[in-house]
Each structure stands twice: as C-alpha cells, then as structure tokens.
Write a protein that binds this ligand. Structure first.
Ligand code: FAD
Ligand code: SF4
Ligand code: SF4
Length: 473
C-alpha cells in the first residue's frame, strides 16, 4: 500500500472516440487485473478515511482496497457487498469526483485520487464472473408482506434487504421493465443493461415479486396497497419534467426523458431507430441543461449520428451540476459546449425548428445557495442552428397524493413526500418513502442508501407491530 508516490493514477482503458461514437456499449474496457491491483495499492490506508465519509453508503473503502491490493479479491468483494446492494453499478455511475474520490487525501496531496470507483467495479464484476455473488438467502418467513411502489435503485435496495429479513415483497412498477432510471434513463454507454438485469434476476430468483405494467393510481390506490400489505414503501422517483418556457418552445421541443427512454428501448432491442422525431440521426441537435441528464442526451445524440450536437448551459464549466468527467467524455466525442448561454427563443419555419436564439450570460453575485447567479450579458446574443431541441432542465415530483388518491399524505411545498428523517415514515402509518421522491432528483447511490435505511426502519416497525398483534391473539 501507500504506493501513490511511485504509481501514477490510472483508470481502465477507454475505447477510442471513433469506436465509441458508433455504438452504445460502455466506454471503458475492463480493468486490467495487474493495473487494478496496482491502483488499489496506491491507497495510504488513512486512520481517518475521508473517502468513506464522502461515500453516501460509508463503504469500507480502505479495507477492500487493501484486500484488492493484495490480490484477495473474494474477500474484497465480501467487504464491498456488505454495505452496498449494487457495488458494480455505483462503481460505474457514481460521480466519484464529487463523492469518495473527491474526498481522498491522495487527491488533496496532488497525486490524483485513488481510483476507488473503478476498483469497486472491478471487484464486483470479477465476483460475478467467478460465481462469488451468491443467490439472496430469504430470511425465515415473518408472516408479513411489504408492497414497494417503484423498482428503481431505492425500491430494489429495500426489496433485497426486506427479502433477506424474511418478508414477502411485492414491487409494483408502472413501466414494462423494472429498474427505474437504471434501465430507461441512464444510457448503456454508462451502464450496460445486462448489469442491471442480473441484479433484477437475482431478486426475482429469491422470491421477490416484481409486477411490471402495474401503475399505482391507475391499477390500485394507496389505500388498496395498505390493506393488502403490512407496510408500503413509496419509491416512485421524480418524473415531472421542468418545461422550457421561452418563445417558440412548444410541442416541437423534446423532453429529455422521452428521448432517452426511446433510445434505451432501441438499445434493448425493442425496435430499431426509425429516424422519427425522437431520433437525432442527421440532425443539428441542441440540448439545453447542464446536469447528468443533459450529458446523457448529448452523448446519445452523437451515437445516433447527429450532424452536430451543442449543449447550452447558463453557468460556466466550473459551476455546472453534472459530473466533470462526463463533460470530458462528451467533449472527446465531439459535443460543443456553449457555456454561459441561455435560450432566448426557439426559432421555427412552419412546424420545423431552425435555430435557438441564445442570450449570452455572465456570473453575478452569489445567490442564497452561495452559487454565483447567472445574469444576461448585455449585447451578447447569437443563433445556433438546430433541427432538434432537447430540454433537460431537471425534474420535480408528480402530484402523488392526488395520483394515489391519498390526500392525507403530506408533502413538501415542491411536491416531495415528507418523511421522518430518521425512520422515513410518512404522515401515514406504515407508509414509508425513499429515493428521489423523498430527497428530490439526486443520485443512484443516495437512492440505494435510502432504500436500505427504509428497509431497516420497516423491519423495526413490523417487528413491533407483529409483537403487538401476536400479544393480542
Ligand atoms: P427511479 O430510478 O426514478 O425509479 C422510480 C420507479 O418508480 C420507476 O421505475 C418508475 O417507473 C416507477 N413508478 C413511478 N410512478 C409509479 C407508479 N405510480 N406506480 C408504479 N411505479 C411507478 N445518478 C447517478 O448516480 N449517476 C448517474 O450517472 C446518473 N445519471 C442520470 C441520468 C438521467 C438521464 C437521469 C434522469 C438521472 C440520472 N441519475 C444519475 C439520477 C438517478 O438515476 C436517480 O437519482 C435514481 O435513479 C433515483 O432512484 P429512485 O429509485 O428514487 O427512482
Ligand atoms: Fe464511491 Fe459511489 Fe462506491 Fe461510494 S458507492 S465508494 S461514492 S463509487
Ligand atoms: Fe485510501 Fe484515499 Fe481513502 Fe485515504 S482517503 S483511505 S488514501 S482511498
């Protein structure tokens, strides 16, 4: 260990830009075993591991790095999987520069962070390959059932933990495939769908029932689920897209998630790209937004064969919400970024979009959040030619109390479901909440953390309740 002085930071090898632009496969090649071992051995085994504090799951990072550095991969996997239900997924898509690796002391010392995420992915990918990932062992039946609404990372993490604890679990999912944004939001070049599917299979093989095509609000009310199960977890994410409101931004502007879902479906083999309005093939594409969703849209458009792809973001590179690593990948793949740019109008000729008129911005005084607020820069406007405009301005929760016919379900002003910070119980007895629906649009790793926390809380709620019911009999 401590080899960060003589071994430089290295990530797994990336495929060439030309190759990447042709397909939707992951951009990194598998980590070379010798390199992965070397990279793990760069860790300085800190007494106070800041990386662990930077990880929402508080993964035991130094321990599995040490074991991986010594070539003891099966033990490394045991440690890594003890705190996470999907380590290989987090290793692929966590914005590590803002989490574990951003907190690593080796990064702070100027030597380049230990490549924690890549090693985490390598350990668990190896575990799958070697058969070390064992089937989930359902706990002794507790005679109670839990209904989980939503099969994204929050719902799936909770399902696994509750199954292990001996509860009968049914997951209700409105889409035709389970996985939430892991399946239909995040593109395959960041997260191979087979990696998600094997996690889903492991759950169903353990007896977790996943009922796809079941929309709570349409096929059942929340009251129905409460009478069918001893506890209910709400993990439906946030799906109300913020609209682009400038002049000309009508039906011709495409919502990011419609675009990405269709592309993921194409990639999953549902139907070939038919070159319709949701296809970027041969078009000049402008994507508006600066988060992970916008980055996924620009990089998808490149792969669909767009004639050009431009991203408009109203702040600068340093102040964008998306991962810096993703911007770098997008630039490598040919995306043009217009920083400090905000749409003034979408220009059209008849039905067809022809350009986006852009207002140049500058950063003014910091706002209440401490970020410098963008303001128009007088005299700087320009047009960017466009045939297709995609709006990726973020998401808010849907009106869940109305949809689920549960007016007593309390929400925050922005529509997030209110839940006790410690127990995640909502205003309704036995109804819990986790993931984006509780904290607002966030990250997969936080959804996993919430799902695991909610499962613990549901277990304790049900243990008490079953004791009370048992005593009454
Ligand atoms: P979701 O993953 O949204 O799952 C909710 C599920 O509930 C969905 O399957 C939905 O169909 C279902 N559902 C909704 N309503 C109902 C209903 N009424 N009845 C039944 N089912 C219902 N995070 C990262 O960490 N890294 C990334 O690289 C990253 N990239 C992203 C890219 C995109 C395009 C987007 C949109 C988000 C990205 N995120 C990323 C964020 C991350 O995907 C989310 O924070 C995470 O998926 C939230 O998990 P969740 O389980 O709360 O909700
Ligand atoms: Fe880093 Fe995410 Fe893994 Fe935590 S879960 S160690 S933040 S990659
Ligand atoms: Fe290792 Fe970096 Fe964590 Fe320290 S902060 S234990 S060097 S990974």
């Amino acid at each position: 260990m401590l080899r960060f002085v003589d071994i430089d930071q290295a990530y797994p090898e990336k495929r060439s830009e030309t190759e990447r632009r042709q397909d939707f496969n992951e951009i990194y090649r598998p980590f070379d075993p010798v390199k992965a071992k070397d990279q793990a051995s760069r860790c300085s085994q800190c007494g106070i591991p800041f990386c662990q504090s930077g990880c929402p799951l508080h993964n035991n990072i130094p321990d599995w790095l040490m074991l991986a550095g010594e070539g003891r991969l099966e033990e490394a996997y045991e440690i890594s999987s003890a705190t996470s239900t999907m380590p290989e997924i987090c290793g692929r898509i966590c914005p590590q520069d803002r989490l574990c690796e951003g907190s690593c002391v080796v990064e702070k010392s100027g030597h380049g962070a230990v490549t924690i995420g890549a090693v985490e992915q390598y350990i668990t990918d190896t575990a799958w390959k070697e058969g070390w990932v064992k089937p989930i062992r359902p706990g002794a039946p507790r005679g109670a059932s839990v209904g989980i609404v939503g099969s994204g990372p929050a719902g799936l993490a909770a399902a696994e933990k509750l199954c292990e604890a001996g509860y009968a679990v049914t997951v209700y999912e409105r889409s035709d495939r389970a996985g939430g944004l892991l399946m239909y939001g995040i593109p395959g070049f960041k997260l191979d769908k087979a990696v998600v599917q094997r996690r889903l299979d492991r759950l169903t093989e353990a007896g977790v029932e996943i009922r796809t095509g079941f929309e709570v609000g349409r096929d059942a009310t929340l009251a129905d689920l409460r009478s069918e199960h001893h506890a209910v977890l709400l993990a439906t994410g946030v799906y109300a897209a913020r609209q682009l409101t400038c002049p000309g931004a009508g039906d011709g502007v495409i919502a990011a998630l419609d675009y990405l879902t269709r592309s993921n479906r194409n990639d999953l083999g549902d139907a070939p790209d038919s070159g319709d309005r949701l296809s970027a093939k041969g078009k000049r594409v402008v994507v508006i937004g600066g988060g992970d969703t916008a980055m996924d849209c620009v990089r998808t458009a490149v792969r669909q064969g767009a004639a050009s792809v431009t991203c408009l973001y109203r702040r600068d590179r340093e102040n964008m919400p998306g991962s810096a690593r993703e911007v770098k990948h997008a630039e490598e793949e040919g995306v043009v970024f217009e920083w400090l740019s905000s749409p003034l109008a979408v220009l059209t000729k008849g039905e067809a979009i022809t350009a986006v008129r852009v207002q140049g911005m500058r950063l003014g005084a910091p706002d209440v959040s401490g970020r410098r607020a963008p303001e128009p820069e007088p005299g700087r406007t320009f047009d960017v030619g466009a045939d297709m405009v995609i709006s990726a301005l973020g998401f808010s929760p849907e009106d869940i109390p109305a949809l689920f016919q549960a007016p007593d379900l309390e929400t925050h002003r922005d529509g997030r479901i209110d839940g006790d910070l410690a127990t995640k119980m909502t205003s309704l007895d036995g109804v819990f909440v986790a993931g984006d629906l509780h904290r607002g649009a966030s990250l997969v790793v936080w959804a996993i953390r919430d799902g695991m926390d909610a499962a613990r809380s549901i277990e304790s709620y049900l243990s008490n309740r079953l004791q009370v019911l048992g005593a009454a009999e």
